[in-house]
Design a protein around this ligand. Structure first.
Ligand SMILES: [Zn+2]
Length: 160
């Protein structure tokens, strides 16, 4: 089976499928690496951005604009999940993510834009981990899913 790229029908992430990704336990169907995990859509939404082309050295302006839009949708998705839940730490991190996001202007080719977007995504990841922690679950590790993305290298580190 050749390597190919497709939108997963379960988690909506754009994933890379290749040899070894089709398992017998999935009945020959293409498996979703997130499907059995709690908050699968938030994890997939995060990783889709985390491994996106905007973080690569050769990123283009459209890549960055697309990432900006994806981050906006991702923050909304996290907000929807947090709505009505008593999770102060997750809310606080989501607020920080929104603050960074709202400071970013994708129309400007400013040197700070990538940093603001990276901060927004890092705080979004924290909010997801807060949510997982409050639910008694272990943190989400994007690198566990790296083989599903076109991501040989990730130049930014999450070192907030
Ligand atoms: Zn999936």
């Amino acid at each position: 089976m050749p390597w190919s790229r497709a939108i997963c029908s379960a988690c909506k992430a754009e994933l890379i499928y290749g040899p070894g990704k089709r398992t017998s336990s999935s009945g020959g169907e293409i498996p979703c690496p997130y499907l059995s995990l709690p908050f699968a859509e938030l994890r997939a939404g995060h990783d889709q951005i985390y491994f996106g082309p905007w973080r690569k050295v050769e990123a283009t302006q459209p890549d960055i604009r697309r990432a900006y839009n994806q981050i906006g949708r991702h923050l909304s998705a996290i907000g929807d999940i947090l709505a009505g839940k008593e999770l102060p730490s997750a809310r606080c991190d989501l607020a920080k993510a929104r603050e960074a996001y709202l400071s970013a202007d994708p129309r400007e080719d400013s040197p700070g834009l990538l940093l603001l977007l990276d901060n927004a995504l890092s705080y979004a990841h924290r909010a997801i981990d807060d949510l997982l922690h409050e639910s008694g679950l272990t943190p989400h590790h994007p690198m566990d899913f790296a083989s599903w993305y076109d991501a040989p290298e990730v130049p930014f580190q999450e070192d907030l």
